[in-house]
Design a protein around this ligand. Structure first.
Ligand SMILES: [Fe+2]
Length: 260
């Protein structure tokens, strides 16, 4: 996996190409070595693992894939980009989020607030000097407050789950891809070609992603003039973009799913 961000302000140890990187570790350009488990020994999300939630997760993705259209995303970005909902502190937001369960995650049953704190602490353990990264971990999921009535009580399919580009053909690497056949954009010639409404190399930041907590929290941070480095904003915006690889290369940037 590779992360290329416009002038990222990373100060993590740069890992030069060397032979002693463990075979099961994934090397990201710029110096990150991503392990298969976090500091607490937890693995990252696995959609193939047997779990009681597996079928409900699949149902979640069916609804998500049917409804996340180009027009829907445009409308939501316009509506929520004005940030006229609520004003609250980061900690108030963490507490508010605690009322909800993420129905898209096959292996996450812990309360949201624990997920946020564990994420921040796990990053602090692995990257003790990168305080901006600890903060990024703490706030990366706060956009899930879209589930709360104060923020419009959006349905789960419009808040959580893996994200993917809209306005162009749905990439086959997206989890439960078969359900896109029921999305109105699937048969729309304006949206169902490789580049759709975009052009090759236009930059991922110019591509609309399915609407949810990632893009919303990015808009909140950006519009509030967050001082996080661009790499932090990038992580917030794309941390649920697991269906990367070829599609993100097409648009001129590679990214990775980083749900810590
Ligand atoms: Fe998330």
């Amino acid at each position: 996996m590779t992360v290329i961000v416009e002038q990222p302000e990373l100060e993590v140890e740069v890992v030069e190409k060397k032979d002693d990187v463990e075979e099961n570790e994934l090397l990201l350009d710029g110096g990150f070595v991503v392990p298969e488990t976090n500091s607490f020994g937890q693995t990252f999300r696995d959609y193939n693992a047997e779990s009681e939630r597996q079928s409900s997760v699949e149902q979640f993705y069916r609804t998500n894939h049917i409804n996340q259209t180009y027009d829907f995303v445009k409308k939501m970005r316009e509506e929520y980009g004005v940030l006229n909902r609520v004003e609250m502190s980061i900690w108030e937001c963490c507490e508010l989020l605690n009322e909800f369960v993420d129905e898209s995650d096959p292996d996450l049953d812990e309360p949201q607030i624990e997920h946020l704190l564990q994420t921040a602490e796990a990053i602090r353990k692995d990257y003790p000097n990168e305080d901006w990264l600890h903060l990024t971990g703490l706030i990366h999921d706060l956009g899930k407050v879209l589930l709360h009535p104060s923020f419009g009580a959006l349905p789960q399919w419009a808040v959580v789950g893996d994200t993917f580009p809209v306005g162009c053909a749905f990439d086959e690497s997206v989890v439960h891809h078969k359900y896109f056949k029921e999305n109105p954009d699937y048969n729309n010639p304006a949206y169902n070609t490789k580049f759709g409404v975009y052009s090759e190399g236009c930059g991922l930041n110019n591509v609309l992603m399915s609407w949810g907590h990632d893009d919303y929290m990015y808009l909140v941070a950006k519009e509030n003039k967050s001082t996080l480095p661009s790499a932090g904003l990038f992580i917030i915006r794309y941390h649920s973009f697991y269906g990367e690889t070829q599609q993100s290369r097409n648009f001129g940037i590679m990214t990775t799913g980083l749900d810590f």
